[in-house]
Design a protein around this ligand. Structure first.
Ligand code: WQD
Length: 340
């Protein structure tokens, strides 16, 4: 008798992290249905996923702001769990247009939760971020580090999202895990899916690869006067495939009811900090490609350093990052070259 495959809804499943997670879900034998409004990605990502796994995921183009459509979706589909990526994620844009972020990231989360509860969907994995810690007082950062007042509406939507879900789990038949991502980078080894920033990349790695490919001018390094070994800011850059696998471990924890409380939080990083210049040098070395850059002023709102204490995820999720910075930068470059 074939075991019933769990059917998992992945919102934002055509996005950068979402698409990599769909690949891992399918390869683990899950049935996947994707909701994506295509506001920040391209439909071609669906072909990329299908080419990698040989399985075309079900896909519904749907804007989670359309409450009736969300209600109808859950009436039409029997779902065993939800991985919720769909959200706006540009820090700078959130400062200029906060209400877009509160509408798109918060009201949709409430509709999603209400529909899950009304249709007895018991498990949720939430895409959160290390940005909730702001500049942590101690490094590496553990899950017990205090959540600090967000530096941006984007960061605030992650903090509020965690609180909304936690409050819901206290009174509803739903259990949840928030994964606090550090800095996701890189692409699937096939170079069939990857990061697709629209417009001028705000994040470091897509700007690096586009600059190296001659699509942008030289890289601006935002400040070299931080109290760090080389003066440039330090982050924990995690390969997106490792990050995707963490979602599978978290989902399995909930499906097997191994969770120790109805709401759990895990940092998902490598545990290693790399400075901007570390990244610049590693990129040039591993890809044998020159990268022009100039040092400019700090970017408003940036923190000095963040990297994860991954003990809890290692012990409780049985997950550990396996790919390093070089592999991530090599895969990011391979993906960029495929875009030409
Ligand atoms: C990394 C480092 C910059 C661009 C943000 C969000 C986080 C997550 C990832 C969404 C910093 C420096 C960058 C450039 C540079 N959000 N930099 N020149 O700011 O750590 O995190 O993106 O997915 O929640 O907060 O990531 O890639 O923007 O910057 O020098 O052109 O690179 O100053 O030190 P960040 P980032």
């Amino acid at each position: 008798m074939e075991l019933k495959k769990n059917k998992i809804l992945v919102t934002g499943g055509l996005g950068f992290i979402g698409s990599h997670t769909v690949v891992e879900l399918q390869q683990e034998g899950y049935e996947v249905i994707i909701i994506d409004d295509l506001s920040n990605t391209r439909i071609e990502v669906l072909e990329g996923i299908t080419e990698i796994t040989g399985i075309r995921p079900e896909y519904v183009q749907l804007d989670l702001k359309e409450k009736e459509a969300v209600v109808r979706f859950f009436k039409d589909n029997t779902i065993d769990g939800v991985i919720h990526f769909a959200a706006s994620k540009a820090v700078g844009e959130s400062v200029e247009d906060p209400l877009k972020y509160y509408e798109n990231n918060i009201s949709t989360l409430v509709y999603l939760l209400k529909s899950m509860i009304e249709n007895n969907v018991p498990h949720l994995i939430f895409s959160s971020s290390c940005t909730v810690y702001g500049q942590a007082d101690e490094l590496p950062i553990t899950e017990n580090a205090p959540v600090k007042r967000a530096e941006s509406p984007y960061g605030n939507t992650k903090q509020m999202g965690e609180e909304i879900i936690e409050d819901a789990t206290k009174v509803e038949a739903i259990s949840a895990i928030a994964l606090r991502y550090f800095n996701p980078i890189g692409s699937h080894e096939s170079a069939l899916i990857g990061e697709l920033p629209i417009g001028v990349p705000q994040n470091l790695i897509p700007f690096v690869t586009q600059s190296a490919a001659g699509l942008r001018g030289e890289l601006s390094v935002f400040g070299d006067d931080y109290p760090t070994p080389d003066g440039t800011a330090v982050r924990d850059y995690i390969h997106v495939v490792d990050l995707a696998k963490a979602h599978i471990c978290a989902l399995q924890r909930l499906l097997k009811k191994d969770n120790k409380s109805k709401m759990e939080y895990f940092n998902v990083g490598t545990g290693t900090g790399s400075s901007v210049l570390d990244v610049v040098n590693a990129f040039q070395k591993v890809n044998q490609t020159a990268l022009q850059y100039k040092i400019v002023d700090r970017r408003e709102g940036d923190i000095t350093a963040a990297y994860a204490d991954t003990t809890l995820a290692n012990q409780e999720l049985g997950w550990k990052a396996e790919l390093g910075l070089d592999e991530a930068l090599s895969s990011a470059w391979k993906w960029q070259l495929k875009q030409q």
